[in-house]
Design a protein around this ligand. Structure first.
Ligand code: FMN
Length: 360
């Protein structure tokens, strides 16, 4: 018997398993809907999506499921000074040879693509009546939290330390997602230096469960039923899993990316890197990660480095060149399963039962 948790009640889901939102393609509407239909909570990573893309994705999810699901956005950092032009030029010079290797010109500095404005993204989320909204890398401004809550939207926010979790709960989140350092993708750290927000899931979750007054979801390195039971034992009300779903049939991850994830996650397989976006993230190690690290890391941060490399990463994907693609991936050992997400959820659910039985 699965333990009932405050999360299943709050979200109206069968299993306290959340699909991690995975911006940039992996969390397709089909993957989101499959997870929700199978009794978990699918999450659409909309961080890089324009408002009309968010609307289209949400409508597609709603066509595919009548179960709850969530949409996730990145909270933009406050007003930041642009990097000095000489740093931008150095960053561009570091990236240019990779574009040239693919037969392309690096984007002119004056024309770097910018991220869609947060307020417009959020307006699309609100208009499309998304049932659960999750945010990362910052705090949801009070006026937005009030508006979403007034419309009955359940709010979930990411935290990587106890202090961040308390801030996230205070800003109105109904659920705190504790992101351990094992997690694939970007670190959600926002209230301290990214290097100080690297607490492992095992150490982080009990501290959050003890200190935070809302249900805590554990994220980072959870790959199977053992990990789910462990997270519940640590005091989590549920789990959020990303890497485990990357190889599912409905995942939008590139085939070479899926292969790289399948190659295992043992010693040295992943690295924390700023090479792709300027913001600390866990990726599989590849040539780009190693070479940029060997040169001391990118001279600029987020979003400039993201803007400088986004075209390169897209071109690398189109040319089947995984050594130049971002391969976000956590430290857990991936399952071999490549079937549908519903199969994975059913397997996880059965495995949890077996693990609980064994512990008895
Ligand atoms: C490919 C990928 C993309 C991600 N994108 C996002 C995102 O857009 N928003 C977010 O809140 N978290 C994102 N994450 C982090 C997840 O929410 C979560 O913390 C992580 O997947 C948990 O660790 P795991 O990958 O070991 O399961 C991403 C993770 C991965 C693997």
């Amino acid at each position: 018997m699965w333990p009932r948790t405050p999360l299943t009640d709050k979200l109206g889901i069968t299993y306290p398993i959340l699909l991690a939102p995975m911006a940039g393609g992996p969390s397709t509407p089909a993957l989101v809907a499959s997870v929700s239909n199978a009794g978990g909570l699918g999450s659409f990573g909309a961080g890089y999506a324009k408002p009309d893309q968010i609307r289209a994705a949400v409508r597609e999810i709603q066509r595919l499921t009548d179960r709850p699901f969530s949409v996730n956005l990145f909270i933009p950092a406050g007003q930041q000074a642009s990097p000095p032009p000489e740093d931008l030029s150095r960053a561009e010079a570091m990236i240019r040879p990779y574009y040239e290797e693919l037969g392309l010109a690096a984007p002119p500095l004056a024309e770097l693509p910018s991220l869609p404005p947060f307020a417009e993204q959020l307006a699309a989320v609100i208009e499309e009546r998304v049932p659960v909204f999750s945010f990362t890398s910052g705090l949801l401004p009070a006026e937005h939290a009030r508006e979403l809550k007034a419309r009955g939207v359940i709010l979930a926010g990411n935290a990587t330390t106890v202090r961040e979790a308390l801030l996230v709960a205070e800003c109105g989140a109904d659920i705190v997602i504790g992101q351990g350092s094992e997690a694939g993708g970007h670190r959600g750290t926002f209230a301290t230096a990214p290097e100080r927000g690297l607490i492992g899931t095992m150490a982080l979750i009990p501290q959050l469960a003890d200190r935070v007054g809302v249900p805590v979801v554990a994220a980072g390195g959870i790959m199977d039923g053992r990990g789910i039971v462990a997270a519940l034992a640590l005091g989590a009300a549920g789990v959020q899993m990303g890497t485990a779903f990357l190889r599912c049939a409905e995942s939008g991850a590139h085939p070479r990316y899926k292969e790289a994830v399948a190659a295992g996650a043992d010693e040295d397989a992943t690295a924390l890197t700023r090479a792709f976006s300027g913001r600390l993230a866990r990726s599989r190690r590849n040539r780009f990660v190693e070479e940029i690290a060997a040169r001391g890391g990118p001279p600029v941060g987020y979003p400039e480095q993201h803007a400088l490399t986004v075209g390169l990463r897209q071109a690398a994907a189109a040319r089947d060149r995984p050594e130049l693609m971002s391969l976000w991936s956590g430290q857990g050992a991936p399952r071999n399963a490549t079937g549908g997400a519903a199969e994975l959820i059913a397997e996880l659910a059965a495995e949890v039962e077996r693990v609980i039985e064994r512990l008895r």
